[in-house]
Design a protein. Structure first.
Length: 152
């Protein structure tokens, strides 16, 4: 049970955040061909155009999400919640936070790429007003990705 949930600026190199990122990459590697995985590296998550956030419960990192800021839109990246903490609203709080941050950046859209196999993620995004859209950015065509966006 979550006691004190907070969403704060984070560092992907923090050991607890890094553990979550590794768990995310491990899951993606089980579900998708390597060429269809577009997760950012820790170094990429530390670039100046990326904002990285963590969800904490009593100061323990239990989730993360990042926004990659482009000229006209923000892209949601690295969204992941610790397996033991799922189903308690953590992903929703992270998503709410990144949408607010994109609005603060005065961007028109939040876009994302996710996998067809990640049904809970797709359902969360649809519930929050994201709609399917065409491939964008540097993504290559594949059979496993879906693209979504939300006008903010």
């Amino acid at each position: 049970m979550i006691d004190r949930l907070a969403i704060v600026d984070g560092n992907p190199r923090h050991p607890e955040a890094f553990r979550l990122l590794q768990a995310s990459h491990k899951l993606l590697s089980k579900l998708f061909p390597q060429d269809d995985i577009y997760a950012l590296s820790v170094d990429e998550l530390c670039e100046s155009n990326v904002k990285f956030y963590v969800a904490t419960d009593n100061d323990k990192i239990i989730g993360c999400a990042a926004l990659s800021i482009n000229e006209t839109y923000a892209e949601l990246k690295a969204m992941f919640v610790d397996e033991k903490q799922r189903g308690q609203g953590v992903a929703q709080k992270l998503l709410d936070h990144v949408i607010i941050q994109a609005k603060i950046e005065k961007l028109s859209y939040v876009k994302l790429e996710t996998g067809l196999e990640l049904n809970a993620a797709v359902d969360l995004y649809k519930k929050n007003g994201f709609t399917f859209c065409d491939r964008f950015g540097d993504y290559f065509p594949n059979e496993t990705s879906v693209y979504m966006e939300k006008c903010i």
